[in-house]
Design a protein around this ligand. Sequence first.
Ligand SMILES: [Fe+2]
Length: 465
Amino acid sequence: MNTQNRISAFFLQVALGVFALCALNAAASDLHSVYTLQAPNDRWVVRALTAANQCPLITWDKQKPVAMHLRAPQAVVPARSDSAQSNSKPSVFDITSCEAEWPKGVQSAHVEGVAVPAPPQKINRILIIADTGCRLKASENAFQDCNDADKWPFKKVANSAAKMKADLVVHIGDIHYRESPCPEGKAGCAGATWGYGWDAWRDDFFVPARALLGVAPWLYVRGNHESCFRAGQGWFRFVDALPWTQERNCNDPAHDMKGDFSDPFVASISKNSQFLVFDSSKSSGKAYQAADPAFIKYQEQLRLANQLAATKPESFFINHHPLLAAAPGPDATKFKAGGSGGLQSVFSSIEPARLFPANVSVAMHGHIHLFEAISFQTDHPVSLVMGNSGSMNEGFAPNVIQPTDRLYKDAVVDNYASRSEYGFATMDRTEENGKDAWVLTEYTTDGVAVIQCRIQAAKSRCHPI
Ligand SMILES: [Fe+2]
């Protein structure tokens, strides 16, 4: 190579270097969110959402960066004919969803320089939220003040929760609530994004949850708001733990019998205990007829769940809709049972009295927008409702449940704690005589502890702090 060629080669290399740097910077600035989620059978997946069409690079420990895999490309998905709200529009996903499975033995990961939460070595503190989005729903004339941080406090909840040093965050469903446009002249929600596309997901979840997404991996449980005819497309693009496929993306109602019924899966908490995650997103509030295809499908899923429950001494059954709960009322003096009639009809067809398999010690839910911790004299698991993390309150939990009140058939309550205000919860694990014991703490939106419950052997005891 002569001198002139060497100089040309040098400038070419510099130019390529500058180009590569620009490309890298463009990818970094296009990156919107990076987060880690729990997948079935103790696998962990990193997700990245980017405005670019290519997936960003991920660096495992100090290895050479590699490109993440495309999960779902950008697309404009036509509005479904069965959309939950009459005022509907196509879902614009001007964001690319990318993913990479966390390799065994890797300690850390960065996506375009952004640190990603690592899978926990041990799970000692679990942080729980549910029902977080800002309700904009024309069919119920319900419009929450999304622009007011006290009236829609999810960002406050997420920021307080981010300081709790949790090993795992669990979201028990109903992430997306912005289904309808804010009515003209309503300042509290003026300008709010709406519909089932990326902009509403971004403002309802990814922006307010940013701090909490950055501190720990999440386990996502699907709510009725994420069923296929509502925000299911975003559920599968962003937070569902299994592969995104044409049958499991909610774009075409013809696939809903696959899309609306994900198989249950387990995720270890400790050597003794596991989460048993159940997708109840499409379940009816009313008892099913035995010939209903949904009844048959849920029965299949529950039989599968029962087999999974047998794989560890203790399971926390986790699904969005409570089976054993009190419903909110106009004041705190009245009692009303609030369990899902549809799920009760399915579960009682397999476990007539207890509803849940024998080694399910705790059932965890959202859906009802309040906090409840319920322990039974009878042989039922502790029932926890934690749907108070941001979406519009719907009334008051009863202050007490009388010995004569019944949540379900012969289930007799012997310890009950409730709270109707917004907040979130943690569960701290300790080991006693080789068995897990838990302390459940309920917090205000500012992170002030207000109720504490001790949970062991399928019973809970709560007290105010
Ligand atoms: Fe719900």
